[in-house]
Design a protein around this ligand. Structure first.
Ligand code: MN
Length: 742
């Protein structure tokens, strides 16, 4: 490029920078600013040699994004500086976030960092990283909404210059715009930007349709213009006769919204009656707004007949994104329905500019709660979705999209507070919206004072009262009742928690069942059993056991299978025979058992399984040492019997009720205040057993306790277990069959 061209280009850059300043000063009344200038210079230097696909200097892009941010969204200095710098860190390794921080402070550095981290489809199109970027973007949204507003401006400029992209990329970017950015713009109340994004996306996705509709709009333009001027004249006169100043603005509907209407109503272009809307914007101080909007409404409906079903009052209840307006549809003398929107200047600015304007006015109206709109609620909801561990990316997008697209229903709390929910929400969704606890313990709903099921769909104007009980918890089918992410995430988490407890219970139950069939409760046996039943995991198995879907019958069937490791000799006829014959030869007696006499000092109780009177036992007598008594299904005993079968003696208890033995009980459930003292009270005060040790572990709301106590026999343990199960919060209690050696 020769120097003349370079000169020209430099001039053009400066011209565009000045245009940016102009668009800003229109809004803020500030002429020159050193920091904005500094940002402009830094961006120019950083992108110095870079070009856009169009061949233009790259700096045109950040300049244009900054201009949109200032002029079309109405943001201030920090956002303008950030917009100018938004691609600097990514495109030029010489510039870091640190450098930006040193020059422009923390806020700008934070926003630029957020913008740098968002890789959108413009740069990259694999779906997964895409979701991650969106997630990141939404994460920053909750901290500083400017990140997303600048991102929208960035996307808008890229859409405006999409011609320079290869067609395959155009379609992808257009689709992504429709999928994510236009709903975001809508949700933030940026109607003008949202419409433009949609039209541009349609232009690249459905070029033929776009061309047809826009040329038909153009053809009928003159006709529409003369119609409108005749139609609004009497309105104008009536309003000014009342001494109210107003501006009447008619604007064609967007190509995209006409296309949508043709699609949903299955009608041709010619039958779309509301190709345009008439906006009446009145200038009034805040405290006179509402009354005067209705006054104008009355004036209009005296001139033209309204269609009653089309009255929309977004003034007493603004939309979640802050939109306020009064909508009505009236019949023109020419026999055509016309939509009229009545609003004040303030409402108009919010409608066009959304969040930024909403913010600006917020301070003025802060004592008036209804004006806060649902935006903060929405940000709260997004934050909640992001916080949840459910990182399944597709789910995530659906959740976000649901909150973006949804139209709302408005319902009342018993105390008269208004709450908004997406259309299709159930009473259960409402319960979760009010409070997670209320949702979790919800047992019934009164809708307009009548009891209804939890899955009752809500309609605007309903009054909803939730009945809750601390003892009730979410059920599997609730996932079919609730549609809002807040409720669904919470239900899933509760179900997961419940499942954890049930799994632990099932494990204990299965251990007992295995014991009943003399099966070793070993990892390998559990795995085999689980595989035999075709479960994906052993925790699945435990869970099904807790539901009694897997019971003694299954275990019995399993115990018959030949491949199970460490089966006890007792259930293996061959082993049993061998054992008996050895005992016989050892003792030269026909009886295959001896009597274990507690006074006989040469016997003691094994500490691995703590046998109790009532248990099947065996004695093991190593040479020169006294006999150890084990339960016959003790893991150690099984090993001993297979390895040292010669030294094994079958034994049984002598009836001596006065002696006590050490037994163990495992207890689990929900932890609560004084759980420990309740357990101890039951065991020592009620059952009157001596406790030797007590150990408790808690994870989250769950606890697991081990108690060792002196009892007379297995019946004592059984009774104690039954009593412990009745303690509130205890979900399972069972005798411990195996002890780790200490
Ligand atoms: Mn960019």
């Amino acid at each position: 490029m020769d120097s003349i061209d370079q000169q020209k280009e430099k001039k053009e850059i400066v011209k565009r920078y000045q245009a940016l300043l102009r668009s800003w000063s229109e809004n803020k009344g500030i002429k020159k600013n050193n920091l904005v200038r500094k940002a402009f210079i830094m961006a120019s230097q950083a992108h110095n040699t870079m070009r856009r696909r169009t061949g233009e200097p790259y700096i045109y892009h950040p300049l244009e994004v900054a201009r949109i941010v200032a002029g079309e969204i109405g943001l201030g200095e920090t956002a303008i500086i950030s917009a100018l710098l938004h691609d600097v860190v990514e495109d030029n390794p010489d510039y870091t976030i640190e450098i930006i921080r040193q020059n422009f402070g923390d806020k700008v550095a934070y926003i630029v960092d957020g913008l740098t981290k968002i890789k959108d489809g413009y740069e990259r199109l694999e779906s997964n990283s895409q979701v991650e970027s969106i997630k990141k973007m939404l994460l920053t949204l909750s901290d500083d909404v400017r990140v997303i507003l600048i991102k929208l401006a960035d996307r808008l400029h890229n859409m405006r210059t999409l011609d320079s992209m290869p067609p395959s990329k155009q379609q992808n970017i257009a689709a992504e715009t429709l999928y994510l950015y236009s709903p975001l713009a809508h949700r933030l109340g940026l109607y003008v930007i949202k419409s433009e994004l949609e039209d541009l996306a349609l232009k690249y996705n459905e070029p033929e349709i776009y061309r047809t509709i826009s040329s038909k709009l153009k053809e009928s333009e003159m006709e529409r213009y003369s119609f409108v001027s005749r139609f609004i004249l009497p309105i104008k006169q009536a309003i000014s006769a009342q001494g109210i100043t107003c501006e009447i603005d008619t604007r064609d509907k967007s190509v995209y919204s006409i296309y949508k209407k043709m699609q949903t109503k299955e009608i041709p272009f010619e039958e779309v009656y509301d190709l345009f809307a008439v906006r009446i914007i009145i200038d009034l101080p805040l405290d006179q707004e509402e009354m005067n909007c209705w006054r104008v409404y009355t004036l209009i409906t005296k001139l033209y007949n309204p269609k009653q079903s089309r009255l929309r009052d977004w003034i007493s209840t603004p939309k979640a994104n802050g939109y306020e307006s009064l909508h009505t549809t009236v019949m023109s003398p020419m026999g055509q329905w016309v939509e009229i929107q009545i609003r004040t200047r303030r409402m108009h600015e919010i409608a066009e500019r959304g969040y930024a304007a909403h913010w600006k006015y917020k301070q003025q109206v802060d004592n008036d709660k209804t004006h806060e709109g649902g935006l903060d609620d929405w940000l709260g909801e997004v934050r909640e979705i992001l916080k949840s561990k459910d990182s399944n990316t597709l789910n995530f997008l659906d959740n976000i999209k649901l909150t973006l697209f949804s139209d709302e229903v408005f319902v009342w709390t018993p105390k008269g507070h208004l709450k908004s929910l997406p259309v299709g929400s159930s009473a259960l969704d409402f319960a979760y919206l009010v409070h997670t606890e209320l949702g979790t313990h919800c047992i019934g709903v009164k809708l307009n004072h009548n009891l209804v099921p939890l899955n009752q769909k809500l309609r605007s104007g309903d009054q909803v009262e939730i009945i809750a009980s601390k003892k009730s918890f979410p059920k599997e089918e609730w996932l079919e009742y609730a549609i809002t992410p807040r409720a669904r995430i919470s239900i899933k988490e509760s179900l997961k928690e419940q499942r954890k407890v049930q799994t632990a219970e099932g494990r204990i139950k299965l251990e007992e069942l295995f014991g009943d069939f003399q099966l070793k409760f070993s990892k390998s046996n559990i795995n085999k059993f689980s595989e035999h039943l075709k479960f994906r995991s052993t925790s699945d198995l435990f869970y099904r056991v807790s539901l009694d879907e897997i019971n003694a019958e299954h275990v019995s069937e399993f115990s018959e299978m030949g491949t199970i490791e460490n089966l006890l000799p007792k259930t293996h006829p061959e082993n049993l025979h061998q054992l008996d014959s050895q005992i016989n030869s050892n003792q030269n007696k026909p009886k295959s058992s001896i009597t274990y006499n507690l006074d006989d000092l040469s016997f003691s109780v094994a500490t691995c399984c703590h046998p109790l009177p009532g248990d099947d036992i065996m004695a093991f007598s190593p040479e020169g040492m006294h006999n150890m008594v084990h339960r016959t299904n003790c893991n150690d005993a099984i090993g001993l019997m297979t390895r040292f079968s010669k030294k094994v003696i079958h034994a049984h208890w002598e009836n001596k009720p006065m002696n006590t033995f050490l037994g163990g009980i495992k207890i689990s459930g929900f932890d609560r205040k004084s759980m420990i003292s309740d357990i101890i009270r039951v065991v020592s005060d009620e059952m009157r057993f001596n406790i030797r040790s007590f150990h408790i572990d808690t994870t989250g709301e769950l606890f697991e306790a081990y108690i060792s106590l002196f009892v007379h026999n297995t019946l004592d343990i059984k009774n104690t277990v039954e009593r412990l199960k009745q303690i509130e919060g205890v979900s399972s209690a069972a005798r411990m069959l195996q002890f780790t050696k200490t």
